[in-house]
Design a protein around this ligand. Structure first.
Ligand SMILES: [Zn+2]
Length: 218
């Protein structure tokens, strides 16, 4: 994914240049020889990576993904009792406290009124919010709020589980997996419905059971 052209090619190139200069300063301050071969191109590479690969979400309006659809036929979604569950949507983000990767999965349940979205749309929506500096709770809120507002389902539940690599890199021995959940509409009001959706997510999610997650579905 590249920064969309609406950001302006010149503007983006200017930003890359500026950021590259600043990265160079950081490397100098750390005592590196910024002219040695392995590191010479690093400032520019890092700047390009930040803008084009890790943080392009600032330039993406996820509403663009909702323009052309009526009903998506999606084989990957699970339909139960009028709600649709899409699980195991991978996301990559950067924690705003340490600028280190957050790697996770999102699971979305919603009760469509007229619009049914397919997996590919959700993948893009999640990605648009993940590719910014984030904390997991806000990411989860933003995805839920966006779907609730723009797709207008009767209810939406978003669960994210993620490993924050800042905990690993900074010396916590066991990687800590954290779970966040946001509820809107009927999922917030109806506990039985919420439990049904959480149980389906629990069954469909990849990986080993997670204590926190199991506590949520109890
Ligand atoms: Zn962090």
């Amino acid at each position: 994914m590249r920064v969309p052209s609406k950001a302006g090619v010149i503007e983006v190139e200017e930003k890359i240049k500026k950021i590259a200069e600043l990265v160079k300063e950081i490397l100098k301050e750390l005592g590196e020889d910024v002219n040695r071969e392995g590191i010479r191109e690093t400032p520019y590479r890092v700047a390009r990576m930040l803008l084009h690969e890790l943080l392009y979400g600032y330039y993406v309006d996820p509403r663009q993904y909702l323009k052309s659809f009526a009903i998506d036929d999606d084989e990957d979604a699970i339909r139960v009792n009028g709600f649709v569950v899409v699980t195991n949507i991978p996301f990559r983000s950067l924690c705003e406290h340490h600028l280190l990767p957050i790697i996770g999965l999102a699971h979305i349940a919603y009760i469509p009124q007229n619009r049914v979205l397919g997996l590919s749309k959700f993948v893009r929506i999640v990605d648009a919010f993940a590719r910014r500096l984030q904390i997991q709770e806000r990411l989860t809120e933003q995805i839920a709020e966006f779907i609730y507002r723009e797709v207008a389902p009767e209810g939406v539940m978003v669960v994210t589980e993620a490993i924050h690599t800042c905990t690993i890199m900074r010396g916590v021995k066991e990687p800590i997996k954290t779970v966040a959940i946001t509820l809107r509409g009927k999922f917030a009001e109806d506990q039985v419905l919420r439990m049904q959706a959480l149980n389906i997510v629990s069954l469909a999610r990849r990986g080993t059971p997670l204590k926190e997650f199991e506590d949520l579905v109890k």
